[in-house]
Design a protein around this ligand. Structure first.
Ligand code: RFL
Ligand code: PHB
Length: 397
C-alpha cells in the first residue's frame, strides 16, 4: 500500500525550474512538493550555466534569493567577439542604455534555492525512483514515486509541473506534441580550472579549428569551452591538449589564457529543440523539459526562469482565484520568448562554429556577419539586446 498525501502543486525535478517554481508558489501560500530522482549532492554539483540576464538577477533579488548572488556574482557590461586573430569589445551598457549580465553559477543558484526551501520546511524528496504522473485530465492528477528507502508514495495534486529536464518523463505524456529540432554536428568540451581568468569579460572566439569560449566562475576559477566533434571521447583530451588548443583558439599577441588545475571536464551535445503545447490537462511543462537551446547564447536557464514566472502567475490565478485564463495562455506566452531565444542561440552558434567539412562560402558569410556586428552599432545593438535579455523578465507580486 502506498503512503498517500495531498498538495496543491506536484513538481517533478529539482533543477532551477522546479526549485524556483516551488519558491515562487510558496510566496503566495501555495503548497508544493518537489520530487527529484538524483541526490541533493548531485544536483548541487552538476556543472552547467553561468550567465544570467539582468532580468533573472532582478527576479532572484526580488524574491529573497539575491544575498549570495549579490556578494559573489560578477556583473559584466559586455562581451568580446574574436575572429581572424582580433578581439572586439561589444559594450552592452552604451549600446542598450545600461543593460548588463551577471556571472553566477547554476550550481550556486541551485544551492541557494534548496537551502531556502528546506529552511522554510518545504518537502523536497531527493533520490526518488519510479517517478510517474497520472490522471492528468482529471482535476486531481497524481504524482507517484518510491522514496530513497523504497516506500511507495502517491501525492494527489491540483496541478503537476513537469520540470524534469530534457530526458524527463513528463514531456512524452503530452499527446499530439509538435516537435521542432536541430542537432548540430559538433559538441562543447567544458572545463573548470583553478586559474584566474585572464579576461574581464567573456570571449567568444571563432577560429578556423573551431569555436572557443572563455567564461569564469570567480576571480580564481575559469570556465572554458572548446568546440569538439559530436561524440568526442574525453580520453582524447588530456589536460595538456586542452590547454594547447585553448591557447591557439584564443591566441593574440602578448596575451595568453591563464592555466591551472582542471577540476571538471565534460562534453555537451549541441541541440535546438522546441516542443509544444507545453500543457496537457493539469500537466504543465517548464524549462528544459519543453525546450533546449545550444549554450552559445546563454539562454537555457534564463528561459527556464521565465517559464516558471509565467507558470507561477498562472497557477496563482487558477488555484487562488479559480481563473484559468492565464493557464490557458501559458504555452503560447512561453513559446513566444522561447522562439526568440531559439533563433538567437541558433544564430550565435551558426556564426561562430566551424562545421565539419565547412564550405568556404559559409566561412565567408560568418566572417562578414562578425565584421558587421563588430562595426555597425545597429547590428551590435541587436546582439546586445538579445544577449542581455529581450523583453526583460518581470515578476509581479
Ligand atoms: P534541469 O537543470 O535539467 O533539471 C531537471 C531536473 O529534473 C530531474 N529529473 C527527474 N526528477 C524526478 N524524476 C524524473 N524522472 C526525472 N528526470 C529528470 C533532473 O535530475 C534534474 O535535477 O532543467 P531545468 O530546471 O529546466 O533547468 C534548465 C537549465 O539547467 C539549462 O537550461 C541550462 O543549464 C542551460 N545552460 C545555460 N543557460 C543559461 O541561461 N546560461 C548559460 O550560461 C548556460 N550555460 C547551459 C550552459 C547548459 C550547459 N549544458 C551542460 C547543457 C552551459 C552548458 C555547458
Ligand atoms: C558559462 O559560464 O558556463 C557560459 C557562459 C556563456 C555561455 C555559455 C556558458 O554562452
Amino acid at each position: 500500500m502506498a503512503v498517500t498525501s495531498r498538495t496543491q502543486v506536484g513538481i517533478v525535478g529539482a533543477g532551477p525550474a522546479g526549485l524556483l517554481l516551488s519558491h515562487l508558489l510558496s510566496l503566495h501560500g501555495i503548497e508544493s512538493v518537489v520530487i527529484e530522482n538524483r541526490s541533493r549532492a548531485y544536483c548541487e554539483a552538476r556543472q552547467r550555466a553561468g550567465l544570467l540576464e539582468a532580468g533573472a538577477v532582478e527576479l532572484l533579488r526580488s524574491v529573497g534569493l539575491g544575498k549570495r548572488l549579490d556578494a559573489e556574482g560578477m556583473e559584466h557590461g559586455g562581451i568580446y567577439l574574436q575572429f581572424e586573430g582580433e578581439r572586439h569589445h561589444l559594450d552592452f551598457r552604451s549600446l542598450t542604455g545600461g543593460r548588463w549580465v551577471t556571472i553566477y553559477a547554476q550550481t550556486e543558484i541551485v544551492k541557494d534555492v534548496i537551502a531556502a526551501r528546506l529552511a522554510a520546511g518545504a518537502p523536497i524528496e531527493f533520490s526518488a525512483s519510479d517517478v510517474a504522473v497520472s490522471q492528468l485530465t482529471s482535476d486531481r492528477p497524481v504524482l507517484s514515486y518510491l522514496d530513497e528507502a523504497g516506500t511507495a508514495h502517491e501525492v494527489s495534486c491540483d496541478v503537476i509541473a513537469g520540470c524534469d529536464g530534457f530526458h524527463g518523463i513528463c514531456r512524452p505524456l503530452v499527446p499530439g506534441l509538435s516537435v521542432y529540432e536541430r542537432i548540430y554536428p559538433y559538441a562543447w568540451l567544458g572545463i573548470l580550472a583553478d586559474a584566474a581568468p585572464a579576461t574581464d569579460e567573456l570571449i567568444y572566439s571563432r577560429h578556423s579549428d573551431g569555436f572557443a569560449l572563455y567564461s569564469m566562475r570567480s576571480p580564481e576559477v575559469s570556465r572554458l569551452y572548446l568546440q569538439v566533434g559530436p561524440d568526442e571521447p574525453l580520453d582524447q583530451w588530456p589536460d595538456e591538449r586542452v590547454w594547447a588548443e585553448l591557447q591557439k583558439r584564443f591566441g593574440i599577441d602578448g596575451w595568453s589564457v591563464g592555466e591551472g588545475t582542471i577540476t571538471d571536464k565534460s562534453v555537451t551535445a549541441m541541440r535546438s529543440f522546441v516542443a509544444g503545447p507545453m500543457r496537457h490537462g493539469r500537466l504543465f511543462l517548464a524549462g528544459d523539459a519543453a525546450h533546449i537551446v545550444p549554450p552559445t547564447g546563454a539562454k537555457g536557464l534564463n528561459l527556464a526562469f521565465s517559464d516558471v514566472v509565467v507558470l507561477a502567475s498562472a497557477l496563482r490565478a487558477a488555484l487562488l482565484a479559480r481563473s484559468w485564463e492565464l493557464a490557458d495562455a501559458y504555452s503560447d506566452t512561453c513559446l513566444e520568448r522561447v522562439w526568440r531565444a531559439t533563433h538567437f542561440s541558433w544564430w550565435m552558434t551558426s556564426m561562430l562554429h566551424i562545421a565539419p567539412g565547412q564550405d568556404p562560402f559559409e566561412s565567408q558569410l560568418q566572417l562578414a556577419q562578425l565584421r558587421y556586428v563588430t562595426s555597425s552599432p545597429a547590428a551590435a545593438l541587436s546582439l546586445a539586446e538579445n544577449y542581455s535579455g529581450y523583453k526583460p523578465l518581470r515578476y509581479e507580486f
